[in-house]
Design a protein around this ligand. Structure first.
Ligand SMILES: [Zn+2]
Length: 319
């Protein structure tokens, strides 16, 4: 499920510059003298490009920056083979050129940008929040205590953010099944925000199933009760069919024979996030007994089975 990129309506002048790569007249742009603290974002797609602290006075008549927000500005050599064109990574909108070797700044770099290609917003846009809201997809899994699921999923590369909380079993229109599971009413889950271009939902499913025992009904190890059930809350029909298919494949193979996978697949309802003090549990409490006995073995297994999926710092610590 890829998120659709929402593009803003452009004026004819903006279109000439951003799409057809025209160049605005120097010393005419509105953002040339912009000195407030904030973020310069793409006029076409609102992606953050530069922070105000990167801006400097170059005398060239266009807003100039000595650096760009990592990953947000794409560079490639112009058709003339000499200059380096810059575009918005997110939408491909034309910005203008980057120059190096002029010795104007410590970073020896000048991103020279058409004023009309950008908008200014006050305040520093937080890139993590931006990614979660704009590019990330979400998966919601539960198996046993949330602390365990959180610790495993946090270690995967291309997982942008993991939030812990719960969902209610019952929906607005509960079926018999919902009610019969409604002993405690809630189930512990984690919300996994991930970049779908870099890690697939299928891969997350693989990690999910290999990190717990999906044949244990409404319990995981010593944690017993429906709040600890093995469950996948889905956010799209595609997620639902992938999850169902995987359960069918696992049951058709003899991996768990004579047991069967009892993981439930349900449509996601509202997510309730635990207070901040309960987030990031394993990272803050690695030496408590629960972590030592329950979570450490899972992390060890993750390092062994999915070494190539681990974040750099995680791969380091497993060496
Ligand atoms: Zn853009």
């Amino acid at each position: 499920m890829e998120k659709e990129l929402r593009l803003n309506q452009l004026t004819p002048e903006e279109e000439r510059v951003l799409i057809h790569k025209w160049t605005e007249m120097p010393f005419t742009g509105e953002l040339l003298e912009e000195k407030r603290e904030g973020t310069f974002v793409c006029k076409q797609c609102d992606a953050p490009l530069y922070y105000s602290e990167m801006k400097f006075e170059s005398g060239c008549g266009r807003p100039s920056f000595d650096d760009a927000i990592p990953g947000q500005v794409h560079e490639y050599v112009d058709a003339d083979g000499r200059r380096v064109e810059i575009t918005c990574t997110t939408c491909g909108g034309h910005l203008w050129h980057v120059f190096r070797g002029e010795k104007l700044t410590e970073k020896d770099t000048r991103h020279c940008v058409n004023s009309v290609s950008m908008k200014f917003v006050e305040g520093k846009v937080d890139m993590l929040e931006h990614a979660v809201h704009n590019t990330a997809d979400v998966a919601t899994f539960g198996w046993g205590c949330y602390r365990c699921v959180e610790a495993v999923m946090q270690r995967l590369r291309w997982v942008i953010q993991v939030e812990s909380g719960f969902m209610w079993w019952a929906t607005d229109d509960p079926t018999y099944d919902d009610v019969s599971y409604d002993e405690t009413g809630h189930v512990e889950v984690v919300h996994i925000h991930f970049d779908p271009e870099l890690i697939t939902y299928q891969t997350l499913l693989n990690v999910f199933f290999s990190s717990h025992n999906p044949t244990q009904l409404n319990a995981q190890g010593n944690d017993k009760g429906t709040q600890y059930a093995s469950v996948i809350f889905t956010h799209s029909p595609e997620q639902a069919s992938q999850a169902q298919q995987m359960i069918q494949q696992l049951n058709e193979s003899d991996i768990y024979t004579p047991e069967t996978v009892v993981t439930q697949v349900r449509e996601a309802s509202d997510f309730w996030k635990w207070p901040d003090a309960h987030q990031d549990y394993y990272n803050n409490n690695q030496w408590d007994r629960y972590c030592e006995f329950v979570i450490n073995p899972k992390i060890k297994k993750l390092r062994e089975s999915y070494a190539d999926l681990l974040k750099d710092e995680e791969a380091e610590s497993s060496r």
